[in-house]
Write a protein that binds this ligand. Structure first.
Ligand code: AMP
Length: 219
């Protein structure tokens, strides 16, 4: 099965683009952030372990992320539902995770990097609202729901994520620059060495529809 990585800072639109691709073309998203939030919601042992780290905007240890990811994938494989492709959203976030993914049976053939400056990120994340159980995201100004505070599909309430508060966003950006940004060079090098991996860059400050057109044309 074809699989692609969405790489970029928090708030660069990875979730929005993967959501569109799922809705419009039937792709499947694996978002480690969403899986971890579900662990917290169900108060599992892992959920209790990661709650504080996530609320303060720190990365969760690689060993935990790789464990939940392989469990999630094992479940998906049992499910056996035919999908055109798989999107990794928010994974990998460290070089160790990227290296683990290279040995994976669904190793990605494309990396899509969404580039955005820190000041735009702060505006985007502080205005973001989410529907907790589906992970659908909105922005109070740039992508508002039909009715304020309400999810368009389920009619349920939207929330602001605890880690979308301004003081936490700063720590998430620090973590991104320290641990995730080096993956840009890593995947550029991988794509130069191997024709099997393509690397694409988008200006993530452009309107959602414009990026979506470029992104979906590359798939
Ligand atoms: P996201 O929904 O992708 O913005 O992720 C929210 C939070 O979940 C991050 O700030 C991290 O605390 C944690 N997280 C999600 N994915 C990963 C990952 N691949 N590695 C480490 N921490 C992660």
């Amino acid at each position: 099965m074809k699989s692609v990585i969405l790489l970029g800072p928090p708030g660069s639109g990875k979730g929005t683009q993967s959501e569109k691709l799922c809705k419009e073309k039937g792709w499947l998203t694996i978002s480690t952030g969403q899986i971890l939030r579900q662990e917290i919601q169900s108060q599992s042992a892992i959920g209790l372990q990661v709650k504080q780290l996530m609320e303060q905007g720190s990365l969760v240890p690689d060993s935990i992320v790789l464990t939940i990811l392989s469990e999630h994938i094992a479940k998906l494989m049992q499910n056996d539902k035919a999908v055109p492709g798989l999107i990794f959203d928010g994974f990998p976030r460290t070089l160790a995770q990227a290296q683990a993914l290279q040995d994976f049976s669904w190793a990605p053939s494309q990396v899509h990097y969404f580039e955005l400056s820190d000041d735009v990120i702060v505006d985007r994340l502080s205005g973001r609202r989410v529907h907790p159980s589906s992970g659908r995201t909105y922005h109070i100004h740039h992508n508002p729901p039909l009715q304020e505070g309400i999810d368009d599909v389920s009619g349920e309430s939207l929330i602001q994520r605890a880690d979308d508060r301004e003081e936490v966003i700063k720590n998430r950006l620090k973590e991104y620059h320290a641990h995730t940004a080096p993956l840009i060079q890593f995947y550029q090098d991988v794509s130069k060495q191997s024709k099997q991996v393509q690397f694409f860059v988008y200006d993530a400050s452009l309107p959602i529809e414009m990026i979506s057109e470029q992104f979906q044309n590359h798939l």
